[in-house]
Design a protein around this ligand. Structure first.
Ligand SMILES: *[C@@H]1O[C@H](CO)[C@@H](O)[C@H](O)[C@H]1NC(C)=O
Length: 312
């Protein structure tokens, strides 16, 4: 089953980068809608590449009523390629994964040019310790996401994707779409460990926080190859200033849409008069992007972050 949370960071790529760095630079521009972000902590880009990343999130209870869609995720990307992002999700009803009121649905997930692809989903409670591991496999191309209950070891979700050995950034995202009901409790990310292919002594210096998020215990070992953050705290959105990302192109939407939209249909590309036209989900902007910036009707080019805009 393919599920479009349509948007996102195509590459979140720096999702957190988005949250951390996408504060409006052109407030008078013609943005259409503003999505909101909770706090975040992110690192990157590394001079090396990430080969493994693991964290354990304690999400706190999901909002008892949900008016939009709310996602919590640790994400990893290079800014233009796939976004590896296991997501804890709050929809108007979370019964689709067997969750009851106050629980989240969690699933391994990847976002890219193809839209969103997900593993199976499981319910998790606010006090559960959800261990999320991303590991580059020995083929140096496949990323395996493994989501487990850190206490019981129960497997909650898994997904493999051919996302390549290019990951340079990692960060948390608390993403509010469609006028969501925001987080009502803080999230903790414990024992986050990011392993690089080779030492990068500057990686720790790239850490950034936004929206009242804090961290403690940033350390490195193995000469700067392994980076650990003992604890990350993301405050409840109801208790912290929210980030509003607005842009000159369009609003950021990330994992979006409705729970009932679970099929992806890639639109065919049609050329506009005298110009190019990018298909649904195609990249249409971003730093270093030189391709087509016009989207096929009825899609519009939505800004995700400085590195990525997408036809949605
Ligand atoms: C980012 O990753 C994609 C694959 O997901 C790759 O095609 C692209 O070359 C990478 N870009 C950089 C700058 O590493």
């Amino acid at each position: 089953m393919v599920h479009i949370h349509s948007s996102i960071f195509g590459a979140l790529a720096f999702a957190s980068w988005a949250a951390a760095n996408l504060i409006p630079s052109a407030p008078n521009a013609d943005f259409k809608r503003a999505d909101t972000w909770g706090g975040s902590v992110s690192l990157g880009p590394s001079k090396s590449t990430i080969v493994k990343a693991v964290t354990t999130i304690i999400p706190g209870p999901a909002p008892p009523t949900q008016n939009g869609v709310l996602f919590l995720w640790p994400g990893m990307s290079n800014g233009t390629g796939d976004l590896i992002q296991a997501t804890l999700e709050s929809w108007q009803s979370n019964s689709w994964c067997g969750a009851t009121t106050g629980q989240w649905c969690v699933r391994a997930s990847v976002f890219g040019w193809f839209g969103q692809r997900d593993g199976n989903a499981s319910p998790v409670s606010g006090t559960d310790q959800v261990r999320i591991e991303y590991t580059l496999q020995s083929d140096k191309n496949t990323w395996l996401q493994t989501v487990t209950n850190a206490v019981t070891g129960a497997l909650l979700s898994t997904y493999s994707s051919a996302s390549g050995p290019y990951m340079r950034g990692y960060g948390t995202g608390t993403e509010c779409n469609d006028g969501c009901s925001g987080t009502i409790a803080a999230q903790s990310y414990l024992n986050t460990v990011i392993t690089l292919a080779s030492a990068d002594t500057t990686f720790g210096g790239t850490i950034a926080t936004a929206g009242g998020a804090t961290y403690s215990g940033l350390t490195s070992s193995d000469g700067g190859k392994v980076w650990s953050i003992a604890s990350i705290n993301i405050p409840a959105m109801s208790k912290a200033p929210q980030q509003t990302t607005t842009t000159s192109k369009a609003a950021t939407t990330s994992k979006t849409t409705t729970a009932s939209t679970k099929t992806t249909t890639r639109a065919s590309t049609t050329s506009g008069p005298g110009g190019c036209s990018a298909a649904q989900y195609a990249q249409c902007g971003g730093s270093g992007f030189s391709g087509c910036t016009v989207c096929a009707s009825p899609y519009t080019c939505k800004y995700s972050n400085d590195w990525y805009s997408q036809c949605l």
